[in-house]
Write a protein that binds this ligand. Structure first.
Ligand code: MSP
Length: 530
């Protein structure tokens, strides 16, 4: 497994990437799924106290973009500029994505370095001139092997007819790299995850690799081949290199050394081979260190098919955030679908989880505790006066939840499992309150009764303090509200500075903290039809 970074100066950052998205259309749920996952992963590592770098961006060259721009009567560059500024970047900020950089493949910091990289491979004899013909899917921007096609001529991903392409191209000697790649997978068993993805890659490489056509001469929307500018560089070679150019490859050695290689490349399973086969081979050819992990997430499905704009099933994330809110959106897909597997989205399932897990289990807990501290102690958090076994059980439950969540989310990218561990603790605290019934204890005004009431409410508030820390990577706006309502900041500092590894240390919230009944964390859902 890739080393998880450290704060020591000179150590390289925990570097995570998303695929760079084609800007032929606006983003849909499938794109946002990976980007939110990367955001949660990187926020988690930031809260481990690590140096982190989170990269996303857009893939702007190739035939698909060119055709879309043509159809809309604008130049490809105009089209990309418009989509990036009006659709992609605003969506990421709407979804609270805290990326450190956003790379566009039409930027000179990228195009110039790509040319140098390809020139270098050419000079090393890794690239030669040759001819190729075969079925090509413009949706995938990929030659297909005839055996992969459905009904003779349909792309298995897009279910649309492939085109026959015949070209004089430049080729990368990918076929030479099979044995070295297999050796690498063998010695790095966690390089491709999950296991199903690893098996697919092993099987593919064991069959033997063909050389890869890396240039196109039938259109010009791409980066020119430096020694033969009638050709443009194949969009996938151009695109993969974003992970290097964005962190200073060939231009800022200090930044590159402090960041490279990526610890995790998040990808959809349809683009696994590019990342787990072609990309490491390109890096081997150039002598660069290889990434730590390629993690392939599954597809969001609609009606049994991959959700996609080309299939007219692409749903805009805003249709859901308008109804459920941004944090619930971030929560839902990671909680409901095991990362790495396909999953279907359903409005009913989302509503059910919103109501039972977010509004009832979590939101109500926060508002009940704040209301009781207000009512019985004038909003000043009381002391943990007389803790007993029931309180110890809560502290133990927290320790277990925090450890499990840290391993599952931070190391294994098992977001569903990690979030479930935190919510098991939320349920435990609810159960504790039901058993202890502080509203009954409040009727006992003796010193012992007051001490018992103080203990129960302290325990519940301190549990919420830890829950805010642990859920902050998933639901930052909600947890910020909770942090404010617990009056934690003046004593403990900003929420984002709280360490996940320290979350379970009991007794951090001091007596006297000003607890206020803040906004409702998860308001009742409106009827979507009204
Ligand atoms: N531009 C390339 C990636 C280059 S990375 C060097 C590309 N772009 S894409 O916009 O078509 O897709 C980007 C990502 O979105 C892929 O990982 C793809 O799997 C993902 N998704 C697109 N539709 C999806 C779903 N319905 N569900 C989950 N992810 C899906 O490929």
């Amino acid at each position: 497994m890739a080393a998880t970074g450290s704060t020591a100066a000179g150590e390289s950052a925990f570097y995570v990437t998303t695929p760079i998205y084609y800007v032929n259309d606006a983003p849909h749920l499938g794109h946002a799924y990976t980007t939110v996952a990367g955001d949660v992963l990187t926020r988690w590592h930031r809260q481990r106290g690590e140096k982190v770098w989170y990269l996303t961006g857009t893939d702007e060259h190739g035939q698909k973009i060119m055709r879309t721009a043509d159809a809309n009567g604008v130049t490809p560059q105009q089209w990309c500029d418009r989509l990036v500024e009006e659709a992609w970047k605003p969506l990421w900020s709407h979804l609270s994505i805290a990326n450190d950089d956003f790379i566009r493949t039409t930027e000179p910091r990228h195009t110039e370095r790509v040319q140098e990289f390809v020139q270098d491979l050419y000079d090393k004899g890794e690239i030669y001139r040759g001819g190729y013909e075969g079925p090509y899917c413009v949706g995938c921007e990929e030659y297909k092997s005839p055996g992969d096609l459905l009904e003779g001529d349909l792309c298995p991903v897009h279910k649309r007819q492939v085109e026959w392409l015949k070209e004089e191209n430049y080729f990368f000697r990918l076929s030479d790299y099979g044995p070295r790649l297999l050796e690498f997978y063998e010695s790095h068993p966690d390089f491709v995850q999950p296991a199903s993805a690893r098996n697919e890659v092993l099987q593919f490489v064991r069959q033997g690799l063909q050389d890869l056509s890396i240039s196109r001469s039938t259109f010009d929307w791409g980066i020119p081949i430096p020694w033969d500018p009638k050709h443009v560089i194949y969009v996938w070679i151009d695109a993969l290199l974003n992970y290097a150019t964005a962190v200073g490859y060939g231009s800022d050695q200090a930044k590159f050394d402090a960041t490279w290689p990526a610890n995790v490349h998040l990808v959809g399973k349809d683009i696994l081979r590019f990342h787990a086969v072609i990309w490491p081979a390109m890096l081997m050819a150039n002598g660069l260190p290889l990434p730590g992990r390629v993690f392939a997430n599954g597809w969001l499905m609609v009606g049994g098919e991959k959700m996609s704009k080309s299939n007219l099933t692409g749903i805009s994330p805003r249709q859901l955030t308008e109804h459920f809110g941004v944090d619930a959106y971030r929560y839902y897909f990671l909680r409901a679908i095991p990362f790495g597997q396909d999953g279907s989205f359903s409005w009913e399932d989302f509503s059910a989880r919103y109501t039972s897990e977010l509004a009832n289990d979590f939101g109500n807990l926060a508002s009940r505790v704040a209301a009781m501290v207000g009512k019985y102690f004038d909003g000043a958090l009381p002391e943990l006066a007389a803790a007993g076994p029931a309180e110890q059980a809560v502290a133990d439950g927290l320790a277990e939840a925090a450890t499990r969540a840290d391993t599952l989310i931070g190391d294994n990218l098992d977001f569903a499992g990690g979030i479930a561990a935190i919510f098991d603790f939320v349920k435990q605290v609810n159960g504790y309150l039901t058993e202890q019934a502080p509203w009954k204890v409040a009727k006992d005004e003796s010193p012992q009764g007051r001490a018992r009431l103080a203990t129960i409410l302290y325990t519940a508030a301190e549990s919420l303090r830890a829950i805010a820390v642990l859920l902050n990577p998933v639901m930052p706006a909600t947890c910020a509200k909770l942090w404010a309502s617990l009056g934690a900041e003046p004593h403990l500092g900003p929420l984002a500075d709280q360490r996940v590894g320290d979350a379970a240390r009991w007794g951090q919230l001091p007596a006297g903290a000003q607890v206020t009944k803040g906004e409702i964390l998860f308001p009742r859902l409106e009827d979507p039809k009204s």
